[in-house]
Design a binder for this molecule. Structure first.
Ligand code: NDP
Length: 491
């Protein structure tokens, strides 16, 4: 098996340490590829290449039209290779093939969205308290951007950062999760094919503690954009403080999905399942706390359990499979440990609660969809992000208690509300402290709409115009039309 290489300064290279890492298929534990395991030395080289490309290679001064054209070419390449990339993604992450295909098409849409808006008018003209001076603002690229992502949506998380960063005219050093780098290798091959110049795009694989930390710490990196867990997010904030670089943090969540008794029942059950068990529950915005109004609680629980037990679980490449294994053995053990904690805390397992060891599943990391009832707000399974197919149900009475329970978390990423009363929906949603909210739906992501969290779910926004703004600096330009000395010191 040939070793998959990293892209640094236009060259595909092995690690400076010659070290490699085996990449595992979580559906059966087999080795599916071997990749270069980069070092901080490799990250340093990539940063210098990106710096040179920005300041000396002229990338920072390219026209928005040229950058838009490259984004479109890259989008075309992605779609033309959808079968290969989606299969790689499913082999590497375990997710259902249909989800991987969706991620590729969605990514192509995001690239085209940024290709569209980057040529639109931006900036302001303003009237100053001096009629002789005209003020305008322009947006400029920040410089070298370090992009670091998690393993749950390797293609999408990459594109959410790569598209706006390059659209704005920055150069990039990208680090995928060390356990899910395969789709990134393919995407960087396609970016090269699309025509990105040497040094503008760099891919460095390897551990967060070395490669990731170098990107966060280096004084030659001007901005770091990160998706991952809160503990790492805090480390990145600290490392980034050395040169006060800009940061975007997309962190975790423990998001409430609020079901009122007047909601369309079947829709609310369907989105309870979709909002929680899509991608095995490995979704930052998963509706991992379902808050149900007391008058329909029993009926809702029964329908949710029935639906969860019908989910087709298996190898993501198999026909009709809708839920795959969790990402790794370590992560499976972490999720199983949370199930144990939940039982010890006194919650009741209404369904699931175990690793699936049936014939054909025993080598993979499969966990049965798990629903906890009899929960209390201070339980760890209610407060902490489990990031697997485990949901907790909470009972409430009326709007006030729904809002109180919804906000009883250190996170503030997402929230959903199901009701047939639009007034109630808006009243409740405006009181919920979360950055992404849905009414009578749960989970869709739109390229045009800003993504990001309140409280400890992060800093900044991705996607939409906000996502582009976060990869730019704003410069004010003030032009004096009445040239002459001020005579301040010599009247
Ligand atoms: P981690 O925080 O463990 O890792 C995320 C990335 O950061 C990985 O590439 C990792 O490298 C790297 N990293 C680790 N340590 C450092 C460091 N000291 N400096 C710089 N980089 C570092 O998260 P997980 O991969 O476990 O992902 C799960 C988390 O991601 C969940 O909390 C989830 O909620 C969050 N997430 C948030 C999203 C959002 O949009 N808000 C979307 C998706 C996920 P390595 O390769 O070593 O792992």
């Amino acid at each position: 098996m040939s070793v998959k290489k990293m892209l640094i300064d236009g060259e595909w290279v092995l690690s400076s340490s010659q070290e490699t890492r085996d990449i595992i298929n979580p559906a059966d534990g087999s080795v599916i590829a071997t990749v270069a395991e980069g070092t901080s030395e490799d990250a340093k080289k990539a940063i210098q290449a990106a710096k040179k490309a920005f300041y000396e290679g002229g990338w920072g001064e390219t026209s928005a039209y040229d950058r838009a054209s490259l984004l479109r070419s890259f989008a075309d390449e992605l779609e033309a290779n959808v079968d290969e990339i989606a299969k790689l993604e499913t082999l590497n992450t375990g997710k259902a093939l249909i989800e991987s295909e969706y991620d590729v098409y969605d990514s192509a849409n995001i690239l085209r969205y940024y290709a569209g808006i980057v040529t639109q008018p931006s900036g302001q003209t303003y009237t100053l308290n001096d009629p002789a001076v005209q003020g305008i603002t322009v947006r400029e690229p920040i410089g070298v951007c370090g992009l670091i992502v998690a393993w749950n949506f390797p293609i999408s998380l990459a594109i959410w950062k790569i598209a706006p960063a390059l659209a704005a005219g920055n150069t990039i050093v990208f680090k995928p999760s060390e356990i899910t780098p395969l789709s990134a290798v393919k995407m960087f091959e396609l970016m090269e094919k699309a025509g990105y110049p040497k040094g503008v795009i760099n891919l460095v694989m390897g551990p967060g503690a070395t490669v990731g930390n170098e990107l966060a710490e280096s004084h030659d990196v001007d901005k770091v954009a990160f998706t991952g867990g809160i503990v790492t997010g805090r480390k990145i904030m600290q490392a980034a403080s050395g040169n006060v670089k800009g940061i975007t943090l997309e962190l975790g969540g423990k998001s409430p999905n609020i079901i009122f008794a007047d909601a369309d029942f079947d829709t609310a059950v369907d989105y309870g399942l979709y909002g929680m068990f899509y991608n095995q529950g490995e979704v930052c915005s998963a509706g991992s706390r379902i808050l149900v109004e007391d008058t329909i609680y029993d009926k809702y629980l029964e329908a949710l359990v029935e639906g969860a037990m019908k989910i087709k679980i298996g190898n993501g490449l198999d026909e009709g499979v809708k839920m795959g294994p969790v990402i790794s053995k370590d992560h499976m053990n972490k999720v199983l440990n949370y199930i144990k904690i939940g039982k010890e805390e006194g919650a009741t397992v209404a369904c699931g609660g175990y690793r699936i060891m049936d014939s054909g599943y025993e080598k993979g990391f499969f966990i049965a969809p798990t629903i906890f009832t009899d929960t209390k707000p201070d339980m760890r399974i209610v407060q902490e992000e489990i990031f697997g197919p485990v949901v907790v149900l909470q009972k409430f009475h009326g709007e006030e208690e729904a809002v109180k329970l919804a906000n009883d978390t250190t996170y503030g990423l997402a929230a959903g509300i199901f009701t047939s009363d639009n007034g109630k929906a808006l009243r409740v949603i405006k009181k919920v402290r979360a950055g992404i909210t849905w009414v009578n739906t749960y989970g869709p992501v739109y390229p045009e709409a800003p993504w990001g969290g309140y409280k400890q779910s992060g800093i900044g926004r991705e996607l939409g115009t906000y996502g582009l703004d976060d990869f730019t600096e704003v410069k004010q330009i003030n032009i004096n039309t009445n040239v002459g000395p001020t005579q301040w010191f010599h009247e």
